[in-house]
Design a protein around this ligand. Structure first.
Ligand SMILES: C[S@@+](CC[C@H](N)C(=O)[O-])C[C@H]1O[C@@H](n2cnc3c(N)ncnc32)[C@H](O)[C@@H]1O
Length: 283
């Protein structure tokens, strides 16, 4: 805490909390947990201490760290449990991505449903990423006996700029876009997370048969996402019957923090899912 600050002051209370959590994070975030060791229960982070501006400009230079290529990414740090010390390699790679994961609710609900998949959240806002990291540290530690939550993690990153730096061609099976920022004004539409150019990048990292999941409470944004995905030659919309039978659609409809907010306000939710088509033959 800075000199002259008192713990009665809410901003210094937040700063002290953040500092403590930061120390904890630095110590624990890459640690491979021993499931046989007994340890103290770790408190789940409190969201109010991680508040920050609702929007982050995806076009600014956030001085983000990103690998030069997917092979330069050190996944062991994010998923230490899946590092095979015998072969000195990861035993799995990330196959599910939650783009703009916010406070991480989807990651947490997907984790036990896909124990054999590595699931990555990408989030541009620093404090929100810190919150998700702290949440995962606590969940891993408190569920160590069953190796819980080892298959999820979060990365601070701008998915509009650097996705192909993290993922190989056709690496992903599922990509989630849950309640993305709507960027209502027409002149801001270019900042939307689904555009023609970005869809080609998403098609590049998705394997054939992989699925793009979208959900929003903003009808205009829903129509925008559907239009762009329908116009793209590498995506085809999945039917309502398919949506009803897919467990991820059920999970994403209720798991995320934004989705819960919409539920509290009794708002509508619009879902659209698209399959990644095979590349057309080169003639
Ligand atoms: C409205 S919130 C939804 C969060 C979460 N998906 C949910 O449903 O609760 C949108 C999130 O996307 C993040 N975001 C926006 N643009 C991004 C980008 N280019 N790369 C990564 N995250 C981004 C924002 O910081 C924000 O947390």
């Amino acid at each position: 805490m800075k000199a002259g600050m008192s713990l009665d002051d809410p901003s210094s209370k937040r700063q002290a909390y953040r500092l403590k959590k930061q120390e904890n994070r630095e110590e624990l975030k890459h640690v491979r947990i021993d499931p046989t060791a007994t340890s103290e229960k770790v408190d789940l982070p409190r969201k109010r201490f991680y508040r920050q501006r609702a929007h982050s400009n995806p076009f600014s230079d956030h001085q983000l760290e990103y690998p030069v290529s997917p092979d330069d990414m050190d996944w062991q740090k994010l998923y230490p449990h899946f590092f095979d010390v015998g072969t000195n390699r990861m035993s799995k790679q990330v196959t599910i991505a939650d783009i703009g994961c916010g406070f991480g609710g989807l990651l947490i609900d997907l984790s036990p449903e896909f124990p054999e998949n590595l699931i990555l959240g990408m989030e541009i806002r620093v404090q929100v990423t810190n919150y998700v990291e702290d949440r995962i540290i606590a969940l891993r530690s408190n569920n160590a006996a069953i190796n819980g939550y080892q298959n999820i993690n979060v990365l601070r990153g701008n998915s509009m700029k650097f996705l192909p730096n993290f993922f190989h061609k056709a690496q992903l099976e599922k990509m989630f876009f849950c309640f993305p920022d709507p960027h209502f004004k027409q002149r801001k539409h270019k900042a939307r997370i689904i555009t023609n150019t970005l869809l080609s990048e998403y098609a590049y990292v998705l394997k054939e048969g992989g699925v793009v999941y979208t959900i929003t409470d903003v009808l205009d944004l829903h129509e925008w996402m559907v239009k762009h995905l329908e116009e793209h030659p590498l995506f085809d919309r999945l039917s309502k019957d398919w949506e009803q039978s897919d467990k991820c659609v059920q999970i994403m409809t209720h798991a995320t923090e934004e989705g819960k907010k919409v539920e509290r306000k009794k708002g509508d939710k619009y879902v659209a899912c698209f399959v990644r088509l095979p590349n057309p033959p080169i003639v």
